[in-house]
Ligand binder design. Structure first.
Ligand code: G3P
Ligand code: MG
Length: 378
């Protein structure tokens, strides 16, 4: 156990606890608990220790690409710690609550094969199209992925409507674009997103006459009823297996913004790409996570019949200053909970450098973070 922890946190079903923990943890995943599919050395020890002490924690990741239930099973196996979806928030989890699009047609971008489509359908979205579906139906839509057609044809589905510029009223219309996970084919996905954003009201195969019209305010781009564009994860970089950080979904967004700027008028007078970016460090993700943590804590400490008192502090343990630390530092909880950012050196952040956003504490790894936090609680 952590050297400094006293037995008063040691609570089991049998022995009456002497003190209900008023603090909890939010753990980032990539770079803190795992590096891609490899668990980090002291991740198991950290989570199983907290479970033995009945100190609540949630996993809060900008990753995704699988349904929460599947990812949680994977992580439980890898980390050898029982986990469930009540303590797990990934980049696109908040998309599940966007009921206004459930009966509309959405374009889902990113992830392996069409696994993100499957996630969206499990969330309740009824009509889900992927860029792969469009390429398989109309290979000419993106000339440079013809070599990938055999890959796509393994899992793509027929489009719910054709792309027929001569008959816009019966053509495929996209009502919202969601980037669920890192695109595997940046070229195709960029082309298809561009086609939707410059179309007439999201009708594929059309071109809004408003786009490019300099006489219109903001040149009319994305002002002709085109669908909104949601990104689930802002990370420009993330800690994968390779020893140096890899480009994340934020890298794809930056590339798309570059193409968009040139399409809409070049470096100088290009038009800002309208989009909604979710995920850490943005407030909606932390609000969503805090609500989950509070209800998970109540369930975990249910033997106190709801008299668990107020959650005073959440230790946000992460490896990426731009998402975990910035998010933890800037989040102001409506419940008055203090979010304390703790930066580990096992991921994106390089030991000895000045982090772009200063954490409350810099430690070696996740076990050091747990011991430091528990010692703070005295
Ligand atoms: O795609 C995952 C990457 O962006 C970082 O994930 O767990 O470090 O928030 P995580
Ligand atoms: Mg991370």
């Amino acid at each position: 156990a952590c050297r400094t922890v006293s037995r008063r946190f040691l609570q089991t079903e049998a022995t009456p606890p002497q003190r209900v923990p008023e603090f909890a943890f939010a753990f980032d995943i990539d770079g803190v608990l795992v590096r891609s599919s490899d668990p980090l050395p002291r991740a198991h020890k950290s989570l199983s220790y907290l479970q033995s002490q009945r100190i609540p924690f949630i996993l809060l990741t900008n990753g995704g690409g699988k349904h929460e239930s599947e990812r949680v099973d994977d992580l439980s196996r890898k980390l050898k710690v029982p986990l469930d979806t009540s303590m797990f928030i990934q980049s696109h989890t908040p998309f599940a609550d966007m009921d206004e699009y459930k009966d509309k047609a959405i374009l889902v971008v990113g992830g392996d094969e069409d696994r993100c489509r499957v996630v969206a359908e499990k969330y309740g979205f009824k009509t889900v199209v992927t860029p792969g579906d469009i390429l398989a139906a109309y290979p000419a839509v993106w000339p440079f992925s013809q070599h990938l057609l055999p890959y796509y044809r393994r899992f793509t589905r027929p489009l719910p409507a054709p792309i027929d510029p001569s008959s816009p009223s019966t053509s495929l219309k996209i009502d919202a674009i969601f980037v669920y996970n890192d695109p595997r084919d940046w070229g195709l996905d960029t082309q298809v997103i561009k086609d939707v954003l410059l179309s007439k009201q999201g009708i594929l195969g059309t071109l809004s006459e408003k786009n490019g019209d300099p006489s219109l305010p903001n040149k009319g781009y994305q002002q002709d009823g085109q669908p909104p564009l949601y990104f689930s994860n802002p990370d420009l970089l993330w800690a994968a297996k390779y020893h140096l950080p890899r480009l994340g979904q934020g890298g794809f967004r930056a590339a798309l913004k570059g193409v968009w700027a040139d399409l809409t008028g070049g470096e100088k007078n290009g038009v800002e790409l309208k989009k909604i970016v979710m995920g850490k460090p943005h407030r909606p993700t932390y609000e969503f996570a805090e609500k989950r943590l509070i209800s998970h804590r109540k369930h975990l400490l249910r033997q106190y019949d709801g008299k668990v008192g107020h959650l005073k502090r959440v230790y946000m343990v992460g490896d990426n200053p731009a998402s975990d630390i910035l998010g933890g530092n800037s989040y102001r909880s409506p419940y008055g909970t203090d979010w304390v950012s703790v930066l580990v050196q096992t991921g994106v952040y390089v030991e000895g450098t000045e982090p772009a956003y200063r954490p409350r504490k810099i430690v070696g790894d996740v076990w050091d973070a747990v011991c430091w936090a528990v010692a703070q609680e005295g």
